[in-house]
Design a protein around this ligand. Structure first.
Ligand code: NOJ
Length: 552
C-alpha cells in the first residue's frame, strides 16, 4: 500500500499547547540500545541527537528516556546512583541539555524517568547508612530492620519480590558479625527508600526541579504504587482490601504525587507526571489521576490483553469508564522495555502478557504476530488519549531469544534461569546495512552490548524506508493521519456493532476504525473511502488480523 508523504509539522502549535499530553504520541527511548554515537557498543545521548530527524519523520510529540543517570546497571539503570549526573556510558549532563534543546527545535519534548521507590546500593545515602550502623539517622532514610528469631537470622517479613525471591538482605556490622536486614522490593542492589523521611521527600522534589529547570516536559514515575510501606511490617494478607496491602497502593501515596504536581505546576507549560501504576483495581488506579495528582498513567490492562475482540473491547470500555470521572485521558501502550515485543506476543497461542508466564522456546508464528501487531498499532492510534511507542516496535522487531550467557537482566537470574528475562526486547536497534551492527554504532565500532540476530537486514530503518508496505511506513502514516484528523482529535468514541469478531468504533463525524479478529474476511459497511489499512483489503473485504480506518 502506498503511504502518503508526511505533512510538515506545525511545531509552534504543538509546543505552546498546554494540553499537548492529552493526545500525544510519545516514543520511549531505551538509550542503551537506541543508537551508539561513540562506537563503544552502548547506545548514548550522542546517538539519539544524531537520530532526531528520524524521530521527527516518525512524527512523535515527545520522547521518554529510560534512566540515563549514573548507575552500576544492576537493573538496567533502575538502580540510580546520582540523579544529577548522566552515566558516562550514555554521555554528559551538557549533552543531555543539548538533547533537550535540539529535540524541542524538532518539535519534540523530552520526559525523564524518576525512580522513587529505591536507589542504587552504591548511592552515597545507602553507603553512609551502612557505615553509620544500626540506630543511626542515616539508616532512617531506608528500611533497616532487625531480623526475627533469637539471633535475628530470620527475615523480618515474607514479602516476595516482583523479581521473585526475598525482599530482605542482611547486613554485616563493622565488627564482622551479622547485623540488621534492609528492604528491597527488587534486587538487593536497589534498597527501598523510607518515604516517611523528610529528606527523601525533599530530595525528590529537588530532583524534579533540577530536570524541569533543564527544560524537560515531564517525568515517567517508576513503580509508582510502591513507595509507601506499612512501617509495622505485617505479612501480606491473603486478600488485602483497598489500601490494605503493606507495600502496594497505600493511601498515603497520594500525598507524594500531590506535592509533585504542585512542583510541576510551578513551571510554565504543562510539565506532566506519567505513572507506572500496575494495579488490578480500576477505581484505585483512577485515584492516581485526580486533577491534583498525575496527568496520566500507563494502561497495562489493555497492554496485557490477548488478541481477542471481546477482551480488548472490554478493556477499552473499562479504561474509558475509569478515566472519565477524574477527567484524565487514557493512554495506549503495546509494550515497553519490560514486555515481550508485540509481533512475538501476538504470534503465540498465549497472546496476553504476564511476567510469570515467560519461558524459553515458546512456539511463535511471527508472520501472524506481525499482521496482528500492525493491526494493533492502527487500533490504538485510533483511540482517544495518548499513545506510547517503545523503540523498535515501529520496525516490527521481534523479541530475541538470547543465549543465556549474554543475559544481564536480574529477572532471569532470580527466576533460577527459568524466565528468559527482559533483555530480548532490549536488543540494539538495526538502522542500516546487511549485518550486525546494522548501523547501530559508528564504523569500526565495538560489537553491540547485546547480540543482534543475523536475519535483521530487512528490519533496518534503511530497508523499511524504501518499502511502502513496511511497519515503519505504517506507523509514519498512522501518526501523520492522526495528527491531521479532526475526528481523531476528539475524545469521544462510539461503538459500531459488526459482529463478535470485529472491534469497530466511530471517532468524530466521519472516521471509523475496524479490526477483524476472526478467521474470515468481513464485508465493510458503507463508506466514502479507505483512509489507511494495516494490510491490503481482499476484494473490498477486511482480512483476518487487519485494521482499517474508513471515511464513513
Ligand atoms: C519498572 C521498570 O520498568 C523496570 O524496568 C524496573 O526493573 C522496575 N520498575 C524496578 O525499578
Amino acid at each position: 500500500m502506498d503511504i502518503e508523504v508526511l505533512p510538515a509539522r506545525d511545531t509552534t502549535r504543538t509546543l505552546h499547547d498546554p494540553l499537548w499530553w492529552r493526545s500525544a504520541v510519545i516514543y520511549q527511548v531505551y538509550v542503551r540500545s537506541f543508537a551508539d554515537g561513540d562506537g563503544d557498543g552502548t547506545g548514548d545521548i550522542a546517538g539519539v541527537r544524531a537520530r532526531l530527524p528520524y524521530l521527527r519523520a516518525l512524527g512523535v510529540d515527545a520522547i521518554w528516556f529510560n534512566p540515563w543517570y549514573v548507575t552500576p546497571l544492576a537493573d538496567g539503570g533502575y538502580d540510580v546512583e546520582d540523579y544529577r549526573r548522566i552515566d558516562p556510558r550514555f554521555g554528559t549532563l551538557e549533552e543531555a541539555e543539548l538533547l533537550i534543546r535540539d529535540a524541542l527545535a524538532f518539535g519534540i519534548r523530552t520526559l525523564v524517568d524518576i525512580v522513587p521507590n529505591h536507589l542504587s546500593a552504591q548511592h552515597p545515602w545507602f553507603q553512609q547508612a551502612l557505615a553509620a550502623g544500626p540506630g543511626s539517622p542515616e539508616r532512617e532514610r531506608f528500611w533497616f530492620h532487625p531480623g526475627k528469631g533469637e539471633h535475628g537470622d530470620e527475615i523480618p517479613t515474607h514479602w516476595t519480590s516482583s523479581f521473585q525471591g526475598s525482599t530482605w538482605t542482611r547486613t554485616t556490622d563493622a565488627d564482622g558479625t551479622p547485623g540488621e536486614w534492609y528492604l528491597h522490593l527488587f534486587t538487593p542492589e536497589q534498597p527501598d527508600l523510607n518515604w516517611n523521611h523528610p529528606d527523601v521527600r525533599r530530595e525528590h522534589e529537588d530532583i524534579l526541579r533540577f530536570w524541569f529547570d533543564r527544560g524537560v516536559a515531564g517525568v515517567r514515575i517508576d513503580s509508582a504504587a510502591l513507595p509507601v510501606k506499612d512501617p509495622t511490617f505485617p505479612e501480606v494478607p491473603d486478600r488485602p482490601g483497598p489500601g490494605g496491602h503493606p507495600h502496594l497502593d497505600r493511601d498515603g501515596i497520594h500525598d507524594i504525587y500531590r506535592s509533585w504536581r504542585a512542583v510541576a505546576d510551578e513551571y510554565d507549560g504543562a510539565r506532566v507526571l506519567v505513572g507506572e501504576v500496575w494495579l488490578d483495581d480500576a477505581e484505585r488506579f483512577a485515584q492516581y489521576l485526580r486533577p491534583d495528582e498525575m496527568h496520566t498513567a500507563f494502561n497495562f490492562d489493555f497492554m496485557t490483553q490477548p488478541w481477542n475482540a471481546a477482551r480488548m473491547r472490554g478493556s477499552i470500555e473499562r479504561t474509558l469508564a475509569e478515566h472519565a470521572p477524574v477527567g484524565a485521558p487514557a493512554t495506549w501502550v503495546l509494550s515497553n522495555h519490560d514486555i515481550t515485543r508485540p509481533v512475538t506476543r501476538y504470534g503465540r497461542a498465549d497472546s496476553g502478557f504476564a511476567f510469570d508466564r515467560k519461558r524459553f522456546g515458546t512456539p511463535t508464528d511471527l508472520a501472524r504476530g506481525t499482521s496482528r501487531a500492525r493491526a494493533a498499532a492502527l487500533l490504538v492510534a485510533a483511540l482517544p488519549g495518548s499513545m506510547y511507542i517503545y523503540q523498535g516496535d515501529e520496525l516490527g522487531l521481534p523479541e530475541v531469544e538470547l543465549p543465556r550467557e549474554v543475559i544481564e537482566d536480574p529477572m532471569h537470574f532470580r527466576s533460577g534461569g527459568v524466565d528468559p528475562g527482559r533483555d530480548g526486547c532490549r536488543v540494539p536497534l538495526p538502522w542500516s546495512g546487511a549485518e550486525s551492527p546494522y548501523g547501530f554504532g559508528t564504523d569500526g565500532a565495538h560489537v553491540p552490548w547485546l547480540p543482534q540476530p543475523s536475519d535483521w537486514a530487512s528490519l533496518t530503518v534503511e530497508a523499511q524506508e524504501r518499502d511502502p508496505a513496511s511497519m515503519l511506513a505504517l506507523y509514519r502514516a498512522a501518526i501523520a493521519l492522526r495528527r491531521g484528523s479532526g475526528d481523531l482529535a476528539t475524545e469521544a468514541l462510539a461503538w459500531l456493532d459488526l459482529g463478535a469478531d470485529v472491534l469497530a468504533f466511530r471517532r468524530g463525524e466521519h472516521t471509523a476504525s475496524l479490526t477483524n479478529f476472526g478467521p474470515v474476511p468481513i464485508t465493510l459497511p458503507a463508506h466514502r473511502g479507505v483512509v489507511l489499512s494495516s494490510a491490503p483489503l481482499e476484494e473490498g473485504a477486511l482480512p483476518p488480523d487487519t485494521t482499517v480506518w474508513l471515511d464513513l
